[in-house]
Design a binder for this molecule. Structure first.
Ligand SMILES: Nc1ncnc2c1ncn2[C@@H]1O[C@H](COP(=O)(O)OP(=O)(O)O)[C@@H](O)[C@H]1O
Ligand SMILES: N[C@@H](CC(=O)OP(=O)(O)O)C(=O)O
Length: 468
């Protein structure tokens, strides 16, 4: 296919050191050399986001020495990469990286002085990962003989709400991105955008949620009306299960936007859950591609699903670190106001509910939430609902989901899943099926999640072993 404009996203693994960055730049250069305009969107070097979160926590708890040690390690890593990519010690890139580390150090010192880490200051600190890797990608493209210019998310026009840590693009983002990037592209310059981040109307830095660089790339893709958005990964594409858990997981050739959203929501770390949302209206395809095997087609994500007769399920995914919160109280829960107070309390805390189920006797409601959210959900419920209700938490749970549009109207799919789980002696704690019939999810004990994933993957004939 002849492309005019592509957006290419490179994740942490593809930015992890100078060798990976050089290779990623060469993948963009392959297309640019044949006349395709490319916008590159980059993540932080692998591990840097976690390091930034850790050092911010250290500063907040008063351990500024530990925070500074981490900053020093990060600085060495970025300088080494710049040097290996050919930057001279007095070059603009090295100076820029030095200045950014200095600003980071000051921001972290502020957190230490105040012993306060707000979602706003955490975003400012954590976005340095992407701001620091963008100049490295520009450098690599320039070393490849191309013209490049790097920009922060805000400079690229990504304007968000002030939901720090999980910000969403504002409607006028798309126009702004077009304004900021079209001129560069027309002048033959490749824009390199720092992913994962945007800024509010007032210029405060925000982040789009973990894994948010995929989302940045699709925002840019929509803004520019790109032919496709390519997310380069360290896997072949979106697979039938996490390849770290299921060795014979297979690449899925085509998925619909809806299927990919379900997969990401239910734990497939390969894409950000909202990544496809900017593409839905325009129908721009997203391709997940292997950086190690660039000619392999990977996974095409588009509006229409592609279903194969006899294969209703396309993938199995799992969310680990889940807790179930049980709300019980015979008689009281049947009263609509009481149920409303349960959901009101949760909505106020902005907690994502992974699963909800209510017993038909109306004596019990079970809610599955991420374990990180369990404590505040519990506190909110105990404070916000009738004293007659008992609220208890059960940690150590995982949610397993099967996804595929071919399940719609098919009988026996859940039965197959439950048989596979029963044969593995896995106890099912909760069950839920969305009315869209794109997924069936179950809560199981966390200790059984890998065995359960393998068994369900096998039961639906998803592995290479099954198709060989
Ligand atoms: N269904 C799946 N298909 C592909 N990869 C998956 C799936 N589930 C989990 N993963 C994991 O997601 C990783 C890729 O996502 P991520 O590391 O965020 O990519 P990147 O940082 O390169 O953008 C893979 O290494 C793989 O272990
Ligand atoms: N660096 C951010 C954003 C991101 O998208 O990273 P990656 O593409 O490496 O998953 C994170 O770790 O969440």
């Amino acid at each position: 296919m002849n492309y005019d404009l592509l957006v290419m996203k490179f994740g942490g693994t593809n930015m992890q050191d100078s060798r990976a960055i050089r290779h990623s730049a060469s993948l963009a250069a392959r297309s640019i050399r044949v006349g395709v305009k490319v916008v590159v969107v980059v993540s932080a070097m692998a591990g840097v986001t976690n390091q930034l979160l850790k050092l911010a926590d250290a500063a907040q708890s008063g351990d500024i020495a530990a925070a500074n040690d981490e900053i020093a390690l990060m600085r060495t890593r970025h300088f080494t990469a710049a040097q290996e990519l050919g930057a001279a010690p007095d070059s603009v890139t090295v100076r820029e990286i030095r200045e950014m580390h200095e600003t980071l150090r000051q921001a972290v010192y502020g957190v230490y002085l105040l012993r306060e880490l707000t979602p706003r200051s955490r975003d400012l600190i954590v976005a340095f990962g992407e701001r620091l890797s963008a100049p490295l990608m520009s450098l690599a493209l320039e070393q490849d003989g191309l013209r490049a210019h790097h920009l922060s998310g805000g400079e690229a026009g990504i304007l968000t709400d002030s939901h720090f840590g999980n910000a969403k693009p504002m409607p006028n983002t798309y126009e702004r991105v077009r304004d900021r990037l079209s001129g560069l592209l027309a002048a033959g310059v490749t824009p390199v955008v720092a992913g994962f981040m945007g800024e509010t109307e007032k210029g405060a830095i925000t982040t789009l949620g973990r894994g948010g660089t995929d989302f940045s790339a699709t925002i840019v893709g929509k803004a520019l009306g790109a032919d496709e958005v390519w997310a380069w990964k360290d896997v072949d594409g979106v697979m039938s299960a996490d390849p770290r858990v299921v060795k014979d997981a297979q690449n899925i050739e085509v998925l619909s936007y809806g299927e990919v959203m379900e997969l990401a929501y239910f734990g497939a770390k390969v894409l950000h859950p909202l990544a496809v949302t900017p593409l839905q209206e325009s129908g721009i395809p997203l391709r997940v591609k292997s950086a190690a095997d660039p000619d392999f087609p990977g996974t095409l994500v588009q509006a229409q699903p592609r279903d194969e007769e006899g294969h209703p399920v396309k993938a199995v995914t799992a969310i680990r670190n889940v807790s179930i919160i049980n709300v019980s109280g015979a008689g009281v829960l049947g009263i609509p106001e009481v149920i409303a107070s349960v959901f009101d309390a949760i909505a106020r805390e902005n907690v994502t509910l992974l699963m909800v189920s209510q017993s038909s006797s109306m004596s019990n409601v079970s809610l599955a939430v991420q374990t990180v959210d369990a404590e505040r959900t519990l506190v909110a419920l105990r404070a916000g609902v009738s004293l007659e209700l008992k609220v208890e938490v059960q940690p150590g749970v995982a949610v397993l989901a099967i996804v595929g549009s071919g399940m719609r109207g098919q009988k026996g799919v859940s039965a197959r899943m439950f048989t596979a789980l029963a044969e593995q002696d896995v106890n099912v704690l909760m069950i839920s099926q969305g009315s869209s019939e794109l997924n069936v999810s179950v809560a199981v004990e966390a200790a059984h999640v890998d065995a359960a994933t393998l068994a369900v993957h096998r039961a639906f004939g998803l592995g290479t072993a099954a198709t060989a």
